[in-house]
Design a protein around this ligand. Sequence first.
Ligand SMILES: C[S@@+](CC[C@H](N)C(=O)[O-])C[C@H]1O[C@@H](n2cnc3c(N)ncnc32)[C@H](O)[C@@H]1O
Length: 275
Amino acid sequence: MNYRHAFHAGNFADCVKHALLVALVSALCRKPAPFAVLDTHAGRGRYDLSAEAAGRTGEWRAGIGRLCGIGEGPLSPWLGLVRAAGFPPLYPGSPLLLRALLREQDRLILCEKHPEEAAALRAAMGRDRRVAVHERDGWEAIGALTPFAERRGLVLIDPPFEQPGEFARIAGAFRLLRRRFRAAVAAAWYPLKHRAPLREFEELLREAGLTDIVAAELTLREPTDPARLNGCGMVVMNPPFGFGGEAQAILDALLPRLAQQEPGAGAEVRVVADE
Ligand SMILES: C[S@@+](CC[C@H](N)C(=O)[O-])C[C@H]1O[C@@H](n2cnc3c(N)ncnc32)[C@H](O)[C@@H]1O
């Protein structure tokens, strides 16, 4: 539990994750029926990019720092929420973005295991009857808190990838959700350092018989150096109708701003397992 997202908030990987997340939840909002969202690894909710932690790495400068001027196009729904949350210097994490998209009838469940992060998250969320903050293990919460009474919604899995076995845990969570909560949209962020672990992960999903899975991925450079974050992606089971096209447009808009024309840079949405 050494990971602190404050050092990385607003970096290119957050931009990819958050822009795609807004597209996923906006798709759920197209139907009036209520939905719930479970954010299993919620973080502290809001990050001050002028604070010491963000300044020490400066990662946000190569992420949200390059996107400030954009006012239209596929990134604008997310960037509008970023500005509304007080950027700059405040940057909204997944909990604040998700809450901004909730309607009166929807619900948000946030899990954060680190006590200090969970306390900061509680403070950032304030009082909102639609939102529940839990200081608890997000993996365990997937089994305990699904299926949702609403029978529709999203489970977002965004672990720190500090420990080995995170890909296998995501595959396990997807299997569980498919069994218990067939209608759930499940989305998990993943780092792309080199291709081998990702290939194994995708194989694991297919071997488990899971279907209807896509991966939306942005690569900064050829992923050959396992010590560097060379790209990242979001794997989505049961993607909403039209998500593939929207995700590709989002990644295409991010790529020229976030990547530095290194060999192997690219943006793609690919089918991991057929419908
Ligand atoms: C990548 S950050 C989350 C960022 C957040 N989802 C966002 O987009 O703004 C991962 C978070 O998971 C927390 N965490 C680590 N292990 C956890 C666990 N087993 N259950 C819940 N939270 C955990 C960490 O303390 C950290 O705040």
